[in-house]
Design a binder for this molecule. Sequence first.
Ligand SMILES: C[S@@+](CC[C@H](N)C(=O)[O-])C[C@H]1O[C@@H](n2cnc3c(N)ncnc32)[C@H](O)[C@@H]1O
Length: 377
Amino acid sequence: MGVSLKETLEDETDAIQCENDLFSYKTKELLWLAEQLGLDSSKSLPSHMLPEQVADLIDNLRNKLAENSENEGKIGTNKKRKDRTSNTGSSKQTRSSNIIEEIQNKEMVTSVKTNDTNMLSIDAIKEIYNKFWKPSYKSITPREAYFIQEGIIKCKPKRFLEIGTASGISTGLIATFLGLNSGNEVVTLDLRKTLWTDHTKETGFLAEEICKKDVIITHITEKNSAYLPEKYLDNKFDMAFIDASHQHPWPTLDMLAVLPLMKEGTFIYHHDLALFYNRNQTNARGIGPKYLFDQMPQSIRFVAPFGGKNIYYIITPGNYESLSGALIDALYLPWTLNNKIPEPNFMNYIDIAKKYWDNNVVEALEITFKRYNPAIA
Ligand SMILES: C[S@@+](CC[C@H](N)C(=O)[O-])C[C@H]1O[C@@H](n2cnc3c(N)ncnc32)[C@H](O)[C@@H]1O
């Protein structure tokens, strides 16, 4: 497969910058909220906080401010967000299948009952972070890992696919959650052989160190998601987590490759839904997960109800092709790449579309590649 790495590596440097900016933006918002509520922000802010702690605090303060405003009659009571579903593209995009309704009728994932022996407590997860985590690993937070664990407890996946390994923190935790719930394999894929933020370390170096359970961890490096259908079509996955490039259209391309490999009625998690909020960006490069989320039917998409609401999952429908309209809609939104996608690399996705999707998807890939890719600097 003709994949040029240079452009992607440059993109990643920007992604780091972008996440740092996001953090400082969040901190500013926190200070502003504290001020609005008449709190002494200079005293109440510790000198350093974990991003998820900042996000939780912001949420609490936002709610408090909204409550105060409501009490004063300034804000209406209907704060529910209006979701929209895609209205173009394939007629196959039906809103629900039986399996989705079944899952929706069950309790929310966040209130899954456990017997404590099949899960790590949030404190146990935090202990693992204290031992292994560094900010430069750009990993999910302990609470987000816990959120994935809730899905694993609910769906009991045997085989899990991860795209975007980095240090292997998320991989090691996911493998541990699987091991506690009768799962047996994690396949994790990353474009890079060495850690994107520290080239002295191997990609995924922490995974086996963290996971002490009897779970096979298969590492694939120097590949992107286009490699997967060829290899795993006959051995489908029970759950997936996509946390690779967040520049649009990468999360959509990843979905295009991953959806045909998924069993019905399980979850595909996506990280960094909130990355696009960064106010310091000159273009919203990290908007990929958000563009994708917005096109997905409301009935199958769920955002984590905590912190910065930065992680979500899609429930896989019985007929994955019913999502072709949503993927097409996402593709037509302006691309936010920092560098062009090399043509041979993109051709791999067109080949996947030809094999596993309908002609409308192939056409959308061809048109949008011609429309957006040349204009990328
Ligand atoms: C945010 S990190 C993943 C963090 C990891 N999931 C965790 O929580 O510990 C993103 C990773 O995706 C990889 N990556 C970037 N673009 C990619 C692509 N198109 N396909 C596969 N991996 C990619 C990077 O090399 C980097 O290791």
